[in-house]
Design a protein. Sequence first.
Length: 110
Amino acid sequence: MKSNPNKRNLTNFEKKVLTVVSRVPKSKVTTYKFLARAIGRPRAVRAVANALRKNPNLIKVPCHRVVRSNGEVGGYRLGPKKKLLLLKKEGIRFNTKNRIKNLKKFLYQF
């Protein structure tokens, strides 16, 4: 599901982040770190997270599929509980501490 994140005043960096995250398939997650590497900016992990926060289309651009490297959910514009719920609906499994069980199984690497 590709989308065009150019509908808002986004920087080229932000547009690139949103375009690349659109490639993460349903029932898979990636990490902020892998996403930063995928856009050619491996040290820009926080900037990637900030770009995801500006996502103008939460339905078409699945920024909820980006998690922390340790399997924790991380932030989400609609709140971490909503992000957790969305991931669970896609079949992602969590342990009692809300970390993804067997992260490698669900991990999408670009």
